[in-house]
Design a protein around this ligand. Structure first.
Ligand code: SF4
Length: 294
């Protein structure tokens, strides 16, 4: 897909037509910093306008490389913008902290593209896809569901949008731990868990933790202890070695081996058996290294 900012496909409607959801406070940079068109400010008193297009970093077809759908063919829509800037982020080109390159696409264009790829499964990822403007994002999700797609969202677990809860088939939530330089947000994770418990969140929920060092594994354990609903609801826990620092597949295999032994084989590993834990690689990294767009 050609890169570069393109605003030709932007659709504009009055803000008063858009139902907006309240968002939790999040660390800087904020979602509105990523999407200035959502600002409520209006210097001349005119009715503010909101952009109905989405900022897209890339669209591509590949296999799912992470989590419980690993290996399944997917169509990926990577939205531009994130409310975090993790030290080991492997999609810096989709984060405004490092990049300003994106295309604008309407929900109709994105849904038509997904339909044309022939994959049932579609992954909405980023960046942080839930920092996208609420109205066009919901529009996209509804269009994809109307076409019969299976929808997976990859999110950092800092934002909860109730309107999406009944529509998404798979929530892959990846709280950021110490090595990322960011912090997890347990209050938001509890909202996801509560929504699953009361039935309003219908899709599968899983938590995926990127482990860069032993401290991350300790932080994962402490987070699981702090939120008993994770064990009570038997939420799948994916432990995934951080991949950016491992230059070779052999290095990555060694990291996988160390992590596997820590949670499954070591004498201290027994505590992890209270959880449905899986140690999994980034499959796309094993197959294609750090290549982008696949
Ligand atoms: S949350 Fe994800 S996309 Fe955002 S900076 Fe962290 S790793 Fe990158």
């Amino acid at each position: 897909m050609a890169e570069g900012k393109s605003h030709a496909s932007t659709s504009i409607v009055p803000l008063s037509n858009i139902a907006r959801e309240a968002q939790p406070a999040i660390p800087s940079p904020s979602p509105d910093a990523a999407n200035p068109s959502t600002s409520l400010a209006s210097a001349d008193g005119a009715v503010p306008e909101v952009r109905l297009s989405l900022r897209v970093s890339e669209q591509f077809v590949s296999i799912q490389g992470e989590g419980l759908d690993s290996g399944r063919p997917f169509s990926f829509i990577r939205l531009f913008g994130c409310n975090y800037y993790c030290s080991w982020c492997d999609t810096k080109y989709a984060v405004q902290h490092w990049s300003d390159t994106y295309d604008e696409r309407t929900p109709a264009e994105l849904a038509a593209w997904a339909d044309a790829q022939g994959n049932v499964a579609v992954c909405l990822t980023g960046g942080e896809p839930l920092t996208a403007p609420a109205a066009p994002f919901l529009d996209l999700v509804r269009r994809l569901k109307a076409s019969g797609h299976y929808l997976d969202i990859q999110t950092n677990g800092t934002i909860f949008r109730p309107a999406l809860a009944p529509l998404i088939d798979s929530w892959s939530i990846s709280p950021k731990l110490g090595s990322s330089g960011m912090v997890e947000r347990p209050a938001i994770l509890r909202r996801y868990l509560a929504a699953q418990a009361d039935g309003t969140l219908r899709g599968r929920l899983l938590f995926k933790f990127v482990i860069a060092d032993p401290r991350d594994l300790d932080l994962t354990w402490h987070l699981l202890q702090a939120i008993p609903a994770i064990a009570a609801q038997q939420i799948p826990i994916i432990l995934q070695p951080e991949g950016l620092e491992h230059a070779s597949v052999a290095d990555y295999a060694q990291a996988l081996r160390a992590l596997t032994e820590a949670v499954a084989l070591d004498p201290a590993a027994a505590k992890w058996r209270a959880y449905p834990v899986r140690v999994l690689p980034q499959l796309h990294r094993v197959i294609w290294g750090g290549k982008r767009g696949i």
